[in-house]
Design a protein around this ligand. Structure first.
Ligand SMILES: Cc1cc2nc3c(=O)[nH]c(=O)nc-3n(C[C@H](O)[C@H](O)[C@H](O)COP(=O)(O)OP(=O)(O)OC[C@H]3O[C@@H](n4cnc5c(N)ncnc54)[C@H](O)[C@@H]3O)c2cc1C
Length: 533
């Protein structure tokens, strides 16, 4: 088989797994804009969901995922995710990830909307860090992988037939270079930095999604952005308080110290994330914007004084660092932007609509999450589909692009008009938080979109390039959100509070520097286009 040069962008779980697997067959260059270990992955706390216990079942994991996805999951991709997940977890264990154990067996964790405690965790609440460090160690020791740290992927390079043949990068010395590649794998993660309040680290600026957009790749379901219900926000810093804390029994209290979630949903604090996030946002509005309180003291009463420090050492340290003692007092929490269900549309092999371009992990939209993501399914998605993408490439198969889409244009200019006003990142993030956040409506979305379309980012630093990417993606997200005149999953429109009876994905792509929107056919277009082996 011909040995190829494959360039991977990003070094979270998706990029690292892909690098390790693809390097069995090909030469790999792994490009990452910060240090190798920096990623959303390293901050993941709660864990990774998979069916690892005899009294659990793949069918139940599938059912939970589909239920939370609010009718928009790609059933084929969900089946792949849940049925291949256990084998991939065993791979992780072989690579060196040490999941926590209890009584000699893998410890079980419960998170919202799972019908079984199937969440594996490591280092208590340091699951992402444990995975990331084990994979970084393996990549550093592997043959055939060249790692380029502090190297910014700026744009994809296409040949005259529209096939990807390289990547434009900015190296640590700020030189712009083009790398030739037989294929590029985007594993560049999400874009939490779109929002003023986010659990994501600073690298999460959606660069890969924006690059794919500029190359005219099809994006899918971009309006669906998940807000995590509980982040500790103090002094402008946001720190995630994992769902696993509520899974273990912590409850939410209003300003008067009373529980409120049981009046909103029978599952109370363990209802799906959009319901809990909206419940908190509304409660905060009723109490003049003051945060609600997360009471974990019950866990201490039940399990002993050291329980929080032992079960959640990372959170415990972060809470105490901020001068709070959560074993004695409830702590203030608010929702924050967390995970993008939408992304570069792919099939179940990571193939995008552009030949030789793959996307895996949070940058991709495989359709496994539908309109909302089940807790702890995203690390699993990255793992499973990175492995599949590598399997596709290692078998020497050709990627000629996925079928296109039926166009129904809804143009959004990608390039700024000459009269456009300068916008800075904080203004953009504030606009997104207010207009395209937990609750939205058409009027505010339209006003914000008009403002974005009359905005441009000045400067050519890496931060400016990232902000330009965020600006383009903000327009896309708002366009998709406006087009979806219903409330479903993570998108709540107070002018369309009901779920529509018609079921459709939103598909977008840029053409002549404009973004077009298409509703896709009524059956699941993601399934229809993902040809099996
Ligand atoms: C605080 C937090 C807690 C979470 N907890 C959980 C959890 O418990 N369970 C779960 O399943 N999920 C969790 N998630 C979500 C999960 O961590 C992510 O969805 C997942 O890690 C994504 O992996 P990835 O490999 O796709 O991307 P990432 O891990 O984000 O990696 C992206 C990589 O791309 C690099 N990159 C980006 N742009 C460029 C560029 N232009 N050039 C070069 N490199 C670039 C980044 O530096 C980074 O290395 C959590 C997320 C956060 C933020």
């Amino acid at each position: 088989m011909i040995r190829k040069h494959i360039v991977i962008v990003g070094s979270g779980i998706a990029g690292l797994i892909a690098a390790l697997e693809i390097a069995r067959q090909h030469d790999v260059t792994l490009v990452t804009k910060s240090e190798l270990a920096e990623s959303n992955t390293r901050w993941a706390q709660g864990g990774i969901a998979a069916v690892m216990f005899p009294d659990d079942s793949v069918a139940e994991h599938i059912a939970d995922t589909l239920r939370v996805g609010a009718g928009l999951c790609n059933a084929e991709a969900v089946e792949v995710l849940c049925s291949e997940g256990p084998a991939r977890i065993r791979d992780l264990i072989r690579i060196g990830v040490q999941f926590d154990q209890r009584n000699g067996e893998l410890a079980k964790g419960l998170e919202a909307a799972h019908s079984y405690p199937r969440i594996l965790h490591a280092g208590g609440d340091a699951t992402g860090l444990s995975i990331e460090l084990a994979l970084v160690h393996a990549v550093r020791s592997a043959k055939n992988i060249t790692v380029l740290e502090h190297t910014f992927a700026n744009d994809l390079r296409l040949d005259a037939q529209g096939r990807v043949n390289g990547l434009e990068i900015i190296d640590p010395q700020r030189n712009e270079r083009t790398m030739r590649a037989n294929a590029v794998v985007l594993a560049s993660g999400g874009a939490g930095q779109l929002y003023l309040h986010t659990t994501n680290p600073s690298v999460a600026t959606g660069d890969g999604t924006a690059m794919a957009l500029r190359a005219s790749a099809v994006l899918a379901d971009m309006e669906f952005y998940q807000f995590h219900p509980t982040a500790l926000t103090m002094d402008g810093n946001t720190f995630l308080i994992s769902e696993a804390v509520r899974g273990d029994g912590a409850v939410l209290l209003d300003a008067n110290g009373r529980r409120f979630m049981q009046h909103i949903d029978p599952a109370a604090e363990l209802a799906p994330r959009d319901i809990v996030a909206r419940g908190i946002a509304r409660q905060m509005a009723m109490q003049g914007g003051a945060p609600v309180m997360l009471d974990a003291t019950l866990l201490v009463a039940k399990n002993g004084a050291d329980f929080l420090a032992q079960r959640f050492p990372t959170i415990d340290a972060a809470v105490r660092h901020r001068g709070l003692d959560w074993s004695r007092d409830p702590i203030p929490v608010t929702p924050a932007a967390h995970y993008w269900m939408g992304g570069v549309r792919t099939d179940i092999w990571g193939r995008t609509s552009i030949p030789n371009l793959f996307a895996i992990g949070e940058v991709a939209c495989t359709g496994v999450h539908g309109a909302n993501r089940l807790a702890s399914n995203s690390l699993l998605e990255s793992l499973v589909f990175a492995w599949r993408c590598a399997a596709f490439l290692n078998e020497g198969r050709e990627h000629d692009g996925l079928p296109g889409l039926t166009e129904r244009p809804l143009p959004v200019p990608l390039e700024a008009t000459p009269t456009a006003q300068r916008i800075d990142r904080t203004t953009l993030q504030t606009l997104m938080w207010n207009a395209a956040g937990i609750e939205r409506n058409g009027v505010t979305l339209q006003q914000a979109l008009s403002q974005l379309q009359n905005s441009r980012v000045l400067g050519a630093s890496i931060a400016d390039l990232e902000t330009r990417n965020l600006l383009q993606l903000a327009s896309v997200l708002m366009t998709a959100s406006l087009a979806r005149e219903e409330s479903r999953g993570a998108q709540y429109r107070d002018d369309y509070p009901e779920r529509s009876t018609s079921l459709q994905h939103s598909l977008l792509y840029a053409k002549n520097s404009e973004v077009s929107w298409s509703p896709g056919p009524n059956q699941n277009p993601l399934t229809a286009s993902s040809s099996p082996r």
